[in-house]
Design a protein. Structure first.
Length: 303
């Protein structure tokens, strides 16, 4: 199983040091990680996703670059296809695109997008436009096709960001796999979703799906000895669209908080499910976390 690392794009002190994102991207690229990841929000203080994509492509040479996830309804689909193809070119074909409908109507309002498009059907339609543009088949009435053509034949893989069975079944017709998230590290529940995806893709006559999931983490070694408090602080900031009391109720059971040894055991449980990749989501911006997790992965026994 592969392990990816998410950039600390949702941290409140991200911009305290202008070099934080570059340091994280380079440390991830130099470590034993498979991908460097980052997600999208609009009504928040995180960096704009497509701008960041270009920077990460320049800062890295080896790891795949995963957007987890982009909400296509917040973008003009043709311009989004052009931007993602450019990112794929700049990275030498290392881009993986997670797509989802998004869980925050405020992002739709902030982007001037119609909340009525926050549907599974619209997501599939936008994904079809992306692929058509990348194949040079989308008719814009222009003299030349919308380019550049992506570096990867047919374009980057498209993974659906969801935890919902209905969305998984619908996505089997167009997605290459799952870009999931697990809140409570319930591997049995994740395994059931993976089994559902395998069945849905097989029923649709598609190749076996790529199965990825992610979770928040904090290590005892890099959190002043209180990893659960670090996760709680992060969730209070990130989940600002939810009532604080609800976030406080969720926090004790959300994500991973523990020692490095315990994190390795947790990753092993996900590997046993047949997970292709776990993408870790940090809960503070200290790059020491990247180095510590890299040491843990490098020293973990094979298998």
């Amino acid at each position: 199983m592969q392990v990816g690392m998410t950039l600390p794009v949702m941290e409140p002190d991200l911009w305290a040091d202008e070099g934080t994102l570059e340091a994280w991207a380079r440390a991830t690229d130099e470590g034993p990680f498979s991908s460097v990841c980052f997600g999208e929000r609009v009504a928040f203080d995180n960096p704009e996703t497509l701008t960041l994509l270009g920077a990460v492509a320049a800062w890295t040479r080896r790891v795949r670059i995963a957007t987890t996830v982009v909400v296509p309804q917040l973008h003009d689909p043709v311009l989004l296809a052009k931007a993602l193809a450019t990112g794929d070119r700049l990275s030498g074909g290392r881009l993986s695109v997670g797509l989802g409908v998004g869980g925050r109507e405020e992002d739709y309002r902030a982007a001037g997008a119609d909340p009525a498009t926050q549907t599974i059907r619209e997501l599939a339609d936008r994904a079809a436009v992306l692929r058509a543009v990348w194949r040079g088949e989308h008719d814009t009435g222009s003299v030349r096709r919308v380019g550049p053509p992506p570096a990867q034949d047919g374009g980057p893989e498209l993974l659906v960001g969801t935890m919902g069975p209905r969305t998984i079944r619908n996505a089997a017709g167009w997605a290459d796999g799952l870009a999931g998230v697990t809140l409570d590290l319930d591997t049995a529940a994740v395994g059931r979703l993976f089994d559902l995806a395998r069945t849905a893709w097989a029923d649709a006559g598609r190749p076996a799906p790529r199965l990825t999931t992610s979770f928040w983490f904090a290590l005892e070694e890099t959190s002043d000895g209180d990893p659960r408090a670090q996760v709680h602080r992060h969730l209070r900031h990130y989940m600002n669209w939810l009532p604080a009391g609800l976030v406080d109720a969720m926090a004790p059971a959300t994500g991973f908080a523990g020692t490095g040894r315990q994190l390795v055991e947790t990753l092993r449980r996900f590997a046993d499910l047949g997970t292709d990749e776990v993408q870790l989501i940090p809960t503070c911006s200290d790059v020491a976390q990247v180095h510590r997790v890299a040491e843990l992965i490098a020293s973990a026994p094979a298998g």
